[in-house]
Design a protein around this ligand. Structure first.
Ligand code: UDX
Length: 442
């Protein structure tokens, strides 16, 4: 198949390279010249394990090209929208500017592909009802191009694996039976290797496919906030949330995943998706149905503030001039993405209250330097912790999980530690002389 991906961020660039790696001819389009120049040279514009390898191999195969010129899309049959839908600056809904801009830019170049009728595929996470609006937009523009919705479920840090070996594929198809069959046949060709490998395929109409994505992310966010709410009760009672998570996770109706209590969820998806879902439900007159998601968001935000409050308590009530080391800046390990990062939120709060904060992150240091110039940045945990009166672990990178409490104690001024991700062994740290605290564990 000849496929374009419109938008070459985490989603689109990984999708473009992965689709080329399974034999398709792919053109990656983006309006950002620097990003396109880097991708053409095989340079990943973000940290994503395994991506540069797939990218270089796909470029070498000759099946992957990049361009900023949308006119180049004319020869391609399937156009996949992979642009971001961030939270609106002045609201909690999703900002669809990039989606509409992408479709508007493509429209003049559709219906020209010699291979047959074109298909526009939405992969971005959008408020329910968007696909219908875009389908109408295509019709109003007089194009013959079909539209399907095909949400992605990739996790940063596993983006290549999740694209090539998804646990399910979802199609949102037109209501018209003939159009639905035609769109499905094209999508089946795109995903032929995955379907041959028996990846479950779920099909529905446009709103169903749009809702699958936000429902999945809302459920995951709810699971995390649920265990974090239990952690709050553990903190009030002396219970151990890790043991509770293990025990309830053994019930296979609940399962053990996404029950890690800590400083909460962040990133470019879960926080903004639950807010956009609530905002859209409100517009549709169904706001009450999702009011619990407000609580999910509030529990999540409370965890960050809890770490700030615990820090103050451990430092004797004041932050002024206190040296604090923050281990982690990305919202999760194996990523340099700092969007809605709990670690950066806490670091900035501490700094704003007068502490002398040094952050270190194996992948996001450069981002921190540009995005938060008020924070000091160190090359590793030992440099960050030098003379610190408090050390916080807020992103569970392997190199932090493997820290030696005895060696780290040598460099700090005061052996106080907050494990915001519950990843260290409390006994080992306490034996080494640390005042070690974690989230909902005694
Ligand atoms: C998420 C979804 O998992 C993915 O399917 C969707 O397509 C995009 O959003 P991602 O944002 O990459 O992916 O991160 P994810 O691994 O889901 O983690 C989200 C946040 O939750 C991270 O900050 C992580 O640290 C936190 N988390 C996760 C917890 O605090 N506890 C857990 O048990 C799991």
């Amino acid at each position: 198949m000849r496929i374009t991906t419109v938008g070459c961020g985490y989603l689109g660039a990984v999708y473009a390279a992965s689709m080329a790696s399974i034999g398709h001819e792919v053109l990656g389009l983006d309006v950002d010249q620097k990003k396109i120049d880097d991708l053409k040279k095989g340079i990943a514009p973000f940290h994503e394990p395994g991506f540069e390898k797939v990218l270089t191999e796909a470029l070498a195969s000759g099946r992957l090209r990049f361009s900023t010129d949308y006119a180049d899309a004319a020869d391609y049959q399937v156009h996949v929208i992979c642009v971001g839908t961030p939270q609106q600056i002045n609201g909690s809904g999703a900002d669809l500017t990039y989606v509409h801009a992408a479709v508007d830019a493509l429209i003049p170049h559709l219906d020209k592909c010699p291979d047959g009728r074109s298909l526009l595929v939405g992969r971005s996470t959008v408020p329910v009802g968007t696909a219908q609006i875009l389908a109408q937009k295509l019709k109003d523009a007089g194009t013959d191009t079909l539209l399907a919705w095909n949400p992605e479920f990739l996790r940063e840090g596993f983006a290549v694996k999740d694209t090539l070996y998804p646990d399910r594929i979802v199609y949102g198809l037109p209501d018209d039976g003939a159009e639905a069959a035609e769109a499905k046949a094209l999508l089946d060709e795109v995903y032929e290797p995955m379907l041959k490998a028996d990846t479950p395929l779920v099909t529905g109409n446009y709103p169903t496919a749009e809702l699958v994505k936000v429902s999945a992310n809302s459920f995951l966010a709810t699971k995390i906030s649920f265990i974090n709410a239990v952690a709050e009760v553990c903190e009030a009672t002396g219970g151990d949330v890790s043991v509770i998570a293990e025990a309830i996770g053994l019930d296979d109706r609940i399962g053990p995943k996404f029950l890690r209590a800590g400083v909460g969820f962040g990133g470019g998806c879960l926080p903004k998706d639950i807010r956009a879902f609530m905002a859209r439900a409100g517009e549709l007159g169904a706001g009450e149905a999702l009011s619990f998601l407000r609580e999910v968001d509030m529990v999540n935000n409370r965890r960050r503030d809890h770490v700030v409050n615990l820090s103050r308590e451990m430092l004797g009530g004041s932050f002024t001039g206190k040296k604090i080391a923050v281990l982690g800046a990305a919202f999760k390990p194996d990523s340099d993405d700092t969007r809605q990062s709990p670690a950066l939120y806490v670091a900035s709060k501490l700094s704003g209250r007068g502490a002398d904060v040094t952050v270190t992150d194996p992948a996001a240091n450069e981002r921190v330097k540009t995005e938060r110039p008020n924070l000091k940045v160190a090359k590793d945990a030992f440099e960050a912790a030098k003379d610190a009166e408090l050390v916080l672990l807020l992103t569970e990178w392997d190199e932090f999980k493997q820290l030696d409490p005895v060696a780290l104690k040598e460099v700090v001024a005061e052996a106080r530690f907050i494990d915001g991700r519950n990843v260290l062994n409390p006994a080992a740290w306490r034996e080494a002389g640390w005042d070690y605290r974690s989230m909902g564990r005694p």
